[in-house]
Design a protein around this ligand. Structure first.
Ligand SMILES: [Zn+2]
Length: 77
């Protein structure tokens, strides 16, 4: 079951004034989406690009990173 969670946000571009919908990641499971973890580390996970004029801005959203390692083998003895 997926734990990573994105929310569709309706945004208005501050440059061209047109509205568009963007996916904003709120919860990233590092084990599930290492690609998103890399983006978060690079500081570009919340960089939103306007599809109309190409303006880039930062979404004002909190991000929860889940760094729970995948379950390893269990040893009983
Ligand atoms: Zn724009």
């Amino acid at each position: 079951m997926a734990t990573s969670l994105a929310e569709s946000a309706h945004l208005t571009c501050p440059r061209c004034g047109q509205s568009f919908t963007a996916e904003i990641w709120l919860l990233v499971d590092a084990a599930e989406r290492p690609d998103l973890l890399e983006k978060a580390r690079a500081g570009i996970l919340h960089t939103i690009t306007c599809p109309h004029c190409g303006y880039e801005g930062q979404a004002d959203a909190p991000l929860l990173l889940s760094l729970t390692p995948p379950p390893g083998p269990l040893f009983h003895g």
